[in-house]
Ligand binder design. Structure first.
Ligand SMILES: [Zn+2]
Length: 63
């Protein structure tokens, strides 16, 4: 099975993704509600990762 984000081979520990980064991208797409319109634009992916990291940082501050 290949990673749905980048198409590389998935790893058992992060499947169906190849790595944590791609899992984060997938999560960001879900959070942004645009999963049905995947983009291959690297800037979009970077922005999605940034959104996840900011959400994680905000969650950390709650503790
Ligand atoms: Zn990947």
């Amino acid at each position: 099975m290949s990673c749905p984000i980048c198409g590389k081979d998935a790893k058992p520990e992060t499947r169906p993704f190849c790595c944590k980064r791609c899992a984060d991208v997938d999560l960001a797409r879900w959070l942004n509600g645009n999963y049905a319109v995947p983009s291959d634009d690297p800037e979009d992916i970077e922005a999605a990762i940034e959104a996840v990291e900011q959400a994680a940082a905000a969650a950390d501050k709650l503790h």
